[in-house]
Design a protein around this ligand. Structure first.
Ligand code: DSN
Length: 449
């Protein structure tokens, strides 16, 4: 791990003076992380669960496309003393004292986010994706307004109008889908719906759509009906920041992203917008929806934005895409049917109907051999979200570990062996052994191998 520096010299001096006063001047005092009480010292059950999770992460292949491994400095910031501070408000305008360090951190996060995405304004306080989306609606819509979003079952998100979510209850969502034949968005259909329903806002955002988005086409449709535009780039933000996919920021009124997926930062979110919406967005985040921002997470976001601006991250993002493309091709060679026929991004959606295996069984069995992915509905699925026909997988996490095309072939082969031999315990045991052997050659940041 990156070394956590000695605690403040003034504090150290005070401890030393106190020790001297108590007659302990010969005792060496080391006020570093080494002398701290650890989780292991204090709470064995939590310690053991964390250790087991470390082992699971190190020995398994993580294919959930929304997961990733953060760097050690990001882990360090998340576990830092910044968690002790309250700082309701924004830099320079807070409701609590003692903000001189927090303001520096939040301003750095804001400036870096703006620079990374070329945005006019950034709010770095949202706790995560759903609160960020809710804040955007709260800022720019009235309850009951008509909004267009992609159906969850076609690759959208719960907060894009699922009837049982807050979004679907508070607003009049009309939902577009993808074409049955191609698995792709049909912009003609989006346009027709927009003309028919005259939404106040059109959302373009995706959690299980493997293709690049024509942001300009969305913007033109929105302009034609006088709608606001909102992009949810939570899945692809890292690829967009690295220039591997086109950005909606130049066109859209508001763009949000979580910070922990392809962007490889801490759990959280940010909202980017045109300057004219800045005040409304800031007010909606605080005090509209949230209280004190999570300053330790904002510090970690600032570090992540800096990391994402470096050449090494551009190489990473390019490899994420190459790996996804290669994995998709290797799966197709083995008879897997991919929604839309492939991928332009980090994400693959496979329909297992032709394999005679349900998504849930595939997820559960692959999990047992150390391969983690999601069961997922495919467009026009007759199954339910708990018992869907497909699986969703992606390459952000495995690419962080340094896996490349040769490993994608192995992964496709292992997935195929398991799916084709879903009840064969002997084959499962063999694949599990091979998966572990390969994984141990690719360390996970923050986990000592
Ligand atoms: N839970 C995220 C995902 O897995 O895509 C979306 O919020």
């Amino acid at each position: 791990m990156t070394q956590i520096p000695d605690i403040d010299v003034e504090v150290k001096k005070a401890f030393e003076n106190e020790a001297k006063r108590a007659g302990l001047s010969q005792t060496p005092i080391k006020l570093t992380r080494d002398s701290m009480i650890t989780i292991k010292d204090q709470d064995l059950k939590i310690h053991e669960a964390i250790e087991h999770e470390k082992k699971r992460q190190a020995e398994g292949i993580e294919l959930i496309p929304s997961e990733n491994y953060v760097s050690e400095p990001i882990l360090e910031a998340m576990g830092s003393i910044l968690t002790n501070k309250y700082s309701e408000g924004y830099p320079g305008k807070r409701y609590y004292g003692g903000q001189e360090n927090i303001d520096i951190i939040e301003n750095l996060a804001i400036e870096r986010a703006k620079k990374l995405f070329g945005a006019e304004h950034a709010n770095v306080q949202p706790y995560s994706g759903s609160p960020a989306n809710t804040a955007i609606y709260f800022a720019l819509l009235k309850f009951g307004d008509t909004v267009m979003g992609l159906k969850l079952a076609h690759g959208g998100h719960i907060t894009h109008g699922l009837p049982i979510s807050f979004s679907g209850t508070a607003y009049n969502f009309v939902q577009y889908g993808v074409e049955k034949e191609t698995g792709r968005l049909n912009m003609k259909e989006v346009r027709e719906m927009a003309i028919k329903h005259k939404p106040k806002m059109i959302i373009a955002g995706f959690t299980a759509y493997p293709r690049d988005i024509d942001w300009k086409a969305f913007k033109e449709i929105a302009d034609a009906v006088g709608a606001l535009t909102m992009a949810d780039i939570s899945h692809t933000a890292g690829l967009i920041a690295a220039g591997e996919l086109e950005s909606p920021v130049p066109y859209f009124d508001v763009v949000m992203t979580t910070t922990h997926k392809t962007l490889r930062g801490p759990r959280g979110a940010i909202i980017l917008c045109k300057e004219k919406f800045a005040k409304a967005i800031d007010r909606a985040v605080f005090p509209g929806l949230q209280g004190g921002p999570h300053d330790h997470i904002i510090a970690a976001k600032a570090i992540a934005f800096d990391e994402a601006s470096k050449p090494a991250f551009k190489e990473y993002a390019a490899q994420v895409k190459k790996n996804a493309h290669h994995l998709a091709e290797e799966m197709k060679k083995r008879g897997f049917e991919l929604v839309s026929g492939g991928t332009d991004t980090h994400l693959i959606l496979a329909d297992l109907s032709n394999k005679g295996v349900r998504g849930e069984q595939a997820q559960r069995t692959l999990d047992q051999v150390g391969i983690t992915l999601n069961k997922n509905t495919v467009p026009y699925d007759t199954g339910s979200p708990m018992d869907p026909s497909g699986i969703r997988l992606g390459t952000p996490a495995i690419t962080t570990r340094g896996m490349k095309e040769p490993e994608m072939e192995l992964i496709a082969e292992w997935i195929d062996r398991i799916i084709s031999n879903i009840d064969d315990q002997e084959i499962h045991a063999q694949v599990k052994k091979e998966v572990k052997e390969m994984c141990l050659k690719f360390p996970v940041p923050g986990i000592e191998s």
